[in-house]
Design a protein around this ligand. Structure first.
Ligand SMILES: [Zn+2]
Length: 1023
């Protein structure tokens, strides 16, 4: 996987669940360490309590090698490990990225192929991955099980320090020349390789292309001038030797930073790391430091091209322009904190000066893809600009940017906006998420990578008070920063990007040239060699593997029962409410589901738009700016989204609605509910200009998302003709919605659209069709229920019985276990006459890779075969499809899964093949029907399914299954027992009965480049 840096604070969104109450807490125990204390080859350097985050930070280093170590002791059972190396390539061959992939292909103690992917099925991990950033490579995992932690730690340590790095691994993961059909020496030679294809896919994303150029050109003197993930054609210059060389210099303990988090004892981690890895190394000087970029004495301008976006809202205005300023060193943590806040004040939300100056005049469709503060490089940067603009506005945009900077220096920021931002930080610290360890690991990674102090970064409230003090001492504190870092800064880059009709063609011919260069240089022996190697790789990939060297949990390690989630069903003003008492750390979470049953059919396609804009147009006596300010000051966010819920018993039955989601500090609950009642009682639909801005931004966002989430679009499309719920889901979230939004963004007059919104509101914000859920601390609950009564009284005038549009409505009790109460039911739509039909759809898109899906209509959640299909999907992915689609096919990913919607879906992601992958799906079914798998394979699939089933749930989200799906703990327990009980025979049986050709209706969808085979085949619908 390859990833780009994200803004510092956005990484710290997720805070985790406090669990495992022990007599002495993990943070307290960690306070016992003494400075200078020696533990298993390490020396304790610093012990720091961080009460804001309920943790104790222990800093150590390794005596023999100098490896650095940070432990965050916290009462959280979701323990995390991560090791990161400073990887600073000086060319674009993608060496760190290919290395990241190949070290996971087998190691000294675990020489089987692909131990990393295999461990996914032998563990109850809550997270396993690896990332290549611009200047470091990180390997994190997390799990709630102590034995599992040790197992995974062994595999990770051995992978990074003692990988096999076989030539075959390099070919498979990096790049190779191979016959298009490896068994046919007369088929043409082509480039193959997982990273090669992954990066081709990544570079088909214009946002990604832009971000890459911007970083390369803003920091041109050292490692940031190259593509650490690899430029597809440069990748083909990398040799196996260079890869091994890079490993020996960079993956060394002297160049490593270890991070552990959670409630497991530190000593045990240190012992294992010392015994299994560090004791085998001597100190080296890795010499990987990144020197500071030499500052320019005058600003620069550059221009690049990209592929035209067939789906962009307007084909003529597809230019991007942004100005990027180099800021200070990220290891200066307070300065970085300040600049990050300053950046938010400048660009976030409709009240920020850049939003007013750039977005509202509608010169472009949205901010440029790179915008705001970026602390992922040694020196941070700030960027601002527009995408979706026309070329002739270039000078205008440049002068607006510099004028806005001048204006900020003159007027500064309103105090209320600064307060709203600090309130947001308070909420981020209070909100408990399930992946806090991971959030911490990525939050500290960049700063620590350049020898900044990671513990300083954790002292968030200290930074907040220091920030307040600076403002008090100098009211122009922020304006002075703007003067220095923006106005007077000569190290700034203006980068423009425009589409080139021939871009894709040029890329293709460059690849052809490179290919020709390589093939012309080949001797007869080389050719023979390539053919033999191709066969060898294929036979290696097809071999049954002996994985017995790998550690594994057993099915018996899985807890047999689920813990009970206490939920009270009550009512407020006649509306059903689910109260779930949780340790929410001073937060209250409020949700409401309003069904769409009375909404006229012709308005349905507007539901996503309605959801997107309803909280952004103003309400009561507040215009949209005042409303945004109010929300920032009083809430952690208020959102509305379409929700389609398949019934658990019947595939032709579903609930359609919109889900309101919000959170706030306990003290602000009355204010938050007041905001919601203003939205119910007096939303504003009078600002067409505002609506235009929102439509444009959302169309741009949808269009940009396709190259990243193509498989989701393919799956939604393949499913559309199979159930009524999937049909509606495609309308709301699929390619049709993208095209619909694109059309709207092109309309000059939106008055007709604007007029539909109040009509929709009357149907959607109707307490008659509503149910609510509150998650809060037990002591807050009585108060919350009183507040909720008040809220219902406030909006009760909208309670109106209307006729549903669809004739058949089926009522289901909200809580089947609760004594029957007529008011607490869910109203589902039944389409008993729905006829599923087979449909194959192809969307031609300007990408070099495909996204493919095939979906099969099977059974609903409560059906006895459902559990077998879940296990089957997981097993087919791990034991068959991964090998065919990723290893042999060179796609970034692929697999199969059973969905809650009753559909069994196959998919591939960033896939160079099309027909080969579609046949791989079918071969997967044959493989399963023939029962070519072992009991061990079945058990591994079970572990893998359970690691998802048992993933930790945050206090804010507990009880949601009951609230949304009407799924009780008892039903979940029945499903659990069925999963345990699945046998080899069940699997061959369900593969035969549901997935065999002609057994069930299926749908297929492909998003990808020009495909003549499909176009010629009349069974496909070409879009
Ligand atoms: Zn990758």
């Amino acid at each position: 996987m390859f990833r780009q840096g994200t803004a510092l604070l956005s990484k710290l969104r997720h805070f985790s669940v406090l669990q495992r109450q022990k007599s002495v807490s993990a943070p307290e125990r960690a306070l016992q360490y003494a400075i200078g204390q020696k533990i298993y080859g390490f020396t304790v350097r610093e012990v720091t309590p961080v009460p804001d985050l309920f943790l104790t930070a222990v800093k150590l280093d390794h005596d023999a090698t100098g490896a650095q170590y940070l432990h965050a002791a916290r009462d959280d059972s979701n323990n995390l490990f991560s090791v990161q190396f400073r990887t600073t390539p000086m060319d674009s061959t993608g060496v760190p990225h290919i290395l990241e992939h190949t070290v996971l292909c087998g190691s000294r103690r675990f020489p089987c192929r692909d131990p990393f992917f295999k461990m996914l099925n032998r563990s109850l991990s809550t997270f396993m991955n690896a990332f290549t950033a611009s200047d470091y490579t990180m390997y994190p995992f997390s799990t709630q099980n102590a034995k599992d932690f040790q197992n995974l730690l062994s595999v990770y340590l051995d992978a990074v320090f003692f990988p096999c790095l076989r030539e075959l691994d390099f070919w498979q993961e990096g790049w190779r020349l191979e016959h298009a059909n490896p068994t046919d020496p007369s088929s043409p030679l082509v480039f193959k390789g997982v990273v090669f294809n992954e990066m081709k896919g990544a570079f088909s994303d214009n946002e990604r292309v832009y971000a890459q150029h911007l970083q390369n050109k803003l920091l041109p003197d050292h490692t940031y001038s190259v593509v650490s993930g690899g430029e597809p054609l440069a990748i083909t210059d990398l040799t196996w030797d260079q890869l091994r060389q890079f490993h020996s210099t960079h993956y060394h303990p002297s160049n490593a930073r270890f991070f552990t988090y959670g409630d497991l004892p530190l000593e045990q981690h240190l012992k294992q790391i010392q015994d299994e890895a560090l004791s085998k190394f001597q100190r080296t000087d890795p010499n990987t430091a990144v020197p500071a970029q030499k500052l320019w004495d005058k600003p620069r301008e550059e221009h690049v091209t990209c592929s035209p976006d067939a789906l962009a809202p307007d084909p003529i205005t597809q230019n991007t322009l942004c100005v990027s300023y180099l800021l200070g060193d990220i290891t200066d943590t307070f300065e970085a904190f300040t600049l990050n806040l300053l950046s938010s004040l400048m660009i976030s939300g409709p009240n920020s000066p850049f939003y007013k100056a750039l977005i509202e005049p509608k010169i472009g469709t949205d901010f440029s893809s790179v915008v705001g503060y970026d602390g992922s490089t040694r020196q941070a940067s700030f960027s601002v600009g527009l995408q979706g603009m026309s070329e002739e506005d270039t000078e205008r945009v440049k002068s607006i940017i510099s004028q806005t900077i001048d204006d900020i220096i003159t007027t500064g920021f309103e105090e209320e906006r600064i307060e709203a931002l600090l309130h947001k930080i308070e909420i981020q610290m209070k909100h408990q998420s399930t992946s806090f360890g991971l959030a911490l690991a990525s939050y500290i990674a960049s700063c620590w990578n350049h020898d900044g102090d990671p513990v300083e970064l954790l002292k968030i409230s200290e930074n907040v008070s220091r920030f307040r003090q600076c403002l008090q001492e100098n009211p122009r504190f922020l304006q002075d920063k703007v003067q220095r870092y923006f106005k007077e800064n000569t190290h700034r880059l203006t980068l423009s990007m425009s589409p080139d009709e021939l871009y894709v063609e040029k890329q293709r011919s460059l690849e052809q040239e490179k290919l020709q260069q390589k093939t012309q240089a080949l001797t007869a022996t080389d050719c023979q060699d390539i053919y033999q190697k191709g066969l060898q790789l294929l036979s290696e990939q097809s071999k049954t593997q002996d994985d017995s060297c790998l550690p594994a949990l057993k099915v018996s390690d899985i807890a047999p029962t689920i813990p009970h989630t206490p939920v009270e069903v009550g009512t407020a003003g006649g509306v059903p409410v689910l109260y779930c008492e949780q340790p929410t750390n001073g937060m209250v979470y409020f949700r409401a589901l309003c069904n769409l049953n009375t909404l006229p059919e012709d308005l349905k396609i507007y539901v996503p738009l309605f959801c997107n804009v309803i909280t952004k147009l103003g309400c009561g006596d507040m215009d949209y700016r005042q409303q945004a300010q109010r929300m920032e000051l009083k809430t952690g966010g208020m959102y509305v989204a379409p929700q389609i819920i398949s019934d658990t018993d019947d595939l032709d039955l579903y609930e359609q609605g919109i889900l309101l989601t919000s959170s706030c500090l306990e003290r602000n609950l009355p204010d938050m509910l007041h905001l919601w009642s203003e939205l119910f009682n007096s939303p504003r639909f009078d600002d067409e200009e505002r609506l235009k801005v929102l439509v444009m931004m959302s169309a741009q966002e949808l269009s940009n998302g396709i190259s990243y989430s193509g498989h989701m679009y393919a799956m939604a499309r393949a499913a559309r003709s199979l159930t009524p719920a999937s049909d509606l889901l495609e309308t709301f979230t699929g390619m049709d919605q993208v095209k619909f939004m694109k059309r709207m963004a092109e309309m000059t007059d939106l008055t007709a659209v604007l007029r539909k919104l109040p009509r929709m509101k009357r149907h959607l914000f109707n307490p008659e069709n509503m149910r609510c859920a509150v998650n809060a601390a037990p002591q807050k609950m009585p108060d919350a229920s009183v507040e909720l009564e008040g809220f219902m009284r406030n909006i009760s005038s909208h309670k109106k019985e209307r006729k549903p549009v669809r004739p058949v409505i089926v009522e289901r009790p909200l809580d089947p276990q609760a004594p029957s109460r007529s008011s607490t039911s869910r109203k589902l739509v039944s389409e008993a006459h729905f006829k599923p039909c087979q449909m194959k759809t192809y969307f031609e898109l300007p990408y070099p890779v495909n996204f493919i899906s095939e979906c099969v209509r099977t059974v609903p959640f409560t059906h006895e075969d459902y559990a077998s299909l879940c296990i089957l999907g997981r097993m087919m992915t791990a034991k068959f499809l991964h090998g065919e689609i990723r290893e042999k096919g060179g796609a970034y990913g692929g697999g199969a899964k059973m969905g809650r919607n009753g559909l069994f879906s196959f998919y591939s992601y960033r896939d160079p093949n099309c027909s080969q992958t579609l046949s791989a799906f079918r071969s997967g079914v044959d493989w399963a029907r023939e029962g070519k798998f072992t009991q061990q394979d079945v058990d591994e699939a079970k572990l893998s399914v359970f690691s998802a089933v048992d993933a930790p749930v945050a206090p804010s989200d507990k009880g949601l299954n009951l609230f949304l799906n009407g799924l009780t703990d008892e039903q979940k327990q029945i499903h659990r027992e069925r999963l345990f009980a699945v046998t080899h025979t069940n699997l061959t049986d369900v593969a035969e009965r549901y997935l065999g050709i002609g057994q069930r209706t299926c749908g297929v969808a492909v998003l990808g480049p020009k495909n003549d085979n499909i176009k010629k085949d009349p069974s496909w619908i070409v879009k």
